[in-house]
Design a protein around this ligand. Structure first.
Ligand code: NA7
Length: 532
């Protein structure tokens, strides 16, 4: 007989992954509990409430596929869902499957320690509760631990400072204010045009310019929706065969930029620019591997930036000098256009770095900028931050922080050697952030479900990745990444955004071969794992 805090499975995080994991564990008939630090479900979509927050994957792809009635019934209004719309969808899912009753909200996991005597995980939370479970599943998200830069004087600022991932729930009124935004990733690029509309003055502090592509949001096309819904399962299955598990229903072209004449190349790029969004990067099949194709694409976007931005100096500041698609692509709605407004000012932090935050604003090496509100759109400690925040200890007290001191190591992005029965959903070493996250999450949740079901059926207590399998997997991820241009610039895939973070390429490029490998591992009796 188990006590109130003893479970078969504990899941950390009630975002898209944790919610689906809970559903699946219940289906297996296991006792399961979810621990979530927020006051409700939603994960990323609970936290990221900054103005203009929107997903950049097309709506028809960005939803659960596991329940036919759910996917048939839900209606999305636009090409890309907004943060409130996705949260509403996830709230609907939570209600439909009665998920909340097995979730502790406002509760943060502090430690998770593997007890070798009982083969159980002992999990303690910030409210002082001790829980235990045979299986511990980390559904803590890849992009969830905010990066708050250490800038001198931050505490002295007279006004509010908001991180985009910790925005007030009732919004912020920027009207009549002098606002400074630090950071020009997806969050900054989405928020900046909206803030510029309201603020008296907006100063954008840019460390790296972005190869941003117009999102071209619009109402959904009812004919397209009907066509997809007529065979939603087939649509999902086809998407899973794409390298990025498909972020849009528009297929990529299967030719290189180098196979075309200059005139044809421009025609294809223009066509894709008009489509907007991720399909732009599907103009050619080798943008992420061929320097020539990459340069042809980058030159095209450079010309677009210069055509949009009226002031040549500003246009040049906004034009990146690194390979396109090397940083995580950014989609915008009127981003470059906003720099033609007289109330928007761009500061190049490479030329004039931030020295301090003062009571009155931001001081760079050249100027003092007086501000009323500062917005930190400075991103996240991606892929490892949320996991390493928790003190996780496996066999013989081995800490995950020590195990990952030189960068994350694991097998299939699912398990770390020395940490039995601990699974990471979309962990480093899996396709994760290089795919449609919904698809990657469902694939991992389903793999873990099958694995736990197998263990229960075969009365195994423990599953653990071997050191050899882990070593070979890490080498494989590096080998695949090294063949791409993703290693050719500073990006968060390699931890470059966080001072002192080990430089390791974290996600694995290529979803379909990964799925095949996961299936092969199972077919070979959980090859690379020890089951005991
Ligand atoms: P990102 O994409 O990591 O962007 C963060 C931005 O903040 C980026 O421009 C960074 O410049 C900049 N940054 C980070 N630290 C600093 C400091 N210390 N000073 C100045 N500028 C800084 O995060 P987002 O929230 O925009 O997007 C997250 C994900 O959401 C995105 O990848 C999509 O998946 C959706 P850098 O480029 O590092 O030079």
């Amino acid at each position: 007989m188990k006590s109130a805090n003893e479970f078969d499975v504990i899941i950390v995080g009630a975002g898209i992954a944790g919610m689906y994991m809970l559903y699946r564990m219940r289906e297996l008939g296991l006792s399961v509990h979810v621990i979530e630090m927020a006051s409700d479900i939603g994960g990323t979509w609970y936290w990221n409430r900054y103005p203009g927050a929107r997903c950049d994957t097309d709506t028809m792809e960005y939803s659960y596929s596991f329940d036919e009635d759910l996917q048939q019934e839900w209606e999305w209004p636009e090409r890309y869902p907004t943060q409130p719309e996705i949260l509403e969808y996830l709230q609907h899912v939570a209600e439909r499957f009665d998920l909340r009753k097995d979730i502790s909200f406002n509760t943060r996991v502090e430690t998770a320690i593997f007890d070798e005597a009982t083969s159980c995980w002992r999990v303690s939370t910030d409210d002082g509760t001790a829980h235990s479970a045979r299986f511990l599943i980390m559904a803590t998200g890849c992009i969830s631990e905010p990066n708050i830069p250490a800038i001198d004087g931050m505490q002295t600022f007279n006004g509010p400072i908001y991180h985009t991932a910790r925005f007030p729930h009732d919004g912020v009124d920027f009207s009549g204010k002098r606002v400074g935004v630090i950071g020009t990733g997806s969050s900054g690029v989405q928020a900046i045009p909206v803030i510029a509309e309201q603020a008296a003055q907006l100063t954008v502090f840019q460390r790296s310019p972005q190869w941003s592509i117009p999102a071209r949001n619009r109402s959904v096309d009812p004919d397209l929706v009907a066509e997809i819904k007529a065979d939603y399962a087939g649509f999902r299955a086809r998407n899973r065969l794409q390298s990025g598990a498909q972020l849009s229903h528009i297929p990529a072209n299967d030719f290189s930029a180098m196979e075309l004449s200059e005139e044809e190349r421009q025609r294809v790029l223009e066509e894709r620019w008009q489509l907007g969004g991720f399909p732009f990067f599907g103009a050619f099949n080798d943008i992420t591997v061929s320097l020539e194709s990459n340069k042809a694409t980058a030159d095209f976007v450079r010309d677009k930036i210069h055509a949009i931005v009226e002031d040549l100096t500003v246009a040049e500041m906004l034009t990146p000098d690194y390979t396109i698609h090397c940083k995580r692509p950014v989609l915008d709605s009127g981003y470059f256009e906003i720099y033609n407004r007289s109330n928007v000012h761009l500061v190049d932090l490479r030329a004039t770095p931030i020295v301090a935050i003062t009571p009155n604003g931001i001081r760079t090496s050249e100027t003092d900028y007086d501000l009323d509100i500062i917005v930190l759109a400075t991103g996240f400690d991606n892929m490892t931050g949320a996991l390493l925040r928790i003190d996780i200890r496996g066999r013989a007290g081995l800490s995950l922080r020590d195990s990952w001191a030189n960068g994350p190591v694991n097998y299939l992005g699912l398990q770390v050697a020395g940490f039995p029965n601990l699974f990471t959903i979309t962990g480093p070493g899996s396709p994760s952030v290089l795919t449609n996250m919904m698809v990657a999450i469902e694939q991992h949740v389903e793999w873990v479900t099958e694995c736990i079901g197998y263990m229960v059926d075969h009365e195994h207590d423990c599953i653990e990745a071997t050191e050899e399998a882990q070593e070979a997997w890490v080498a494989h991820v590096n080998e695949v990444a090294d063949q791409t241009l993703w290693v050719s610039c500073h990006n968060w895939y390699q931890g470059d955004n966080i001072p002192g973070k080990p430089r390791v390429f974290m996600p694995l490029p290529g979803f379909p071969p990964y799925v095949e490998k996961c299936a092969e591992v199972v077919a070979n009796g959980y090859e690379g794992f020890v089951l005991s």
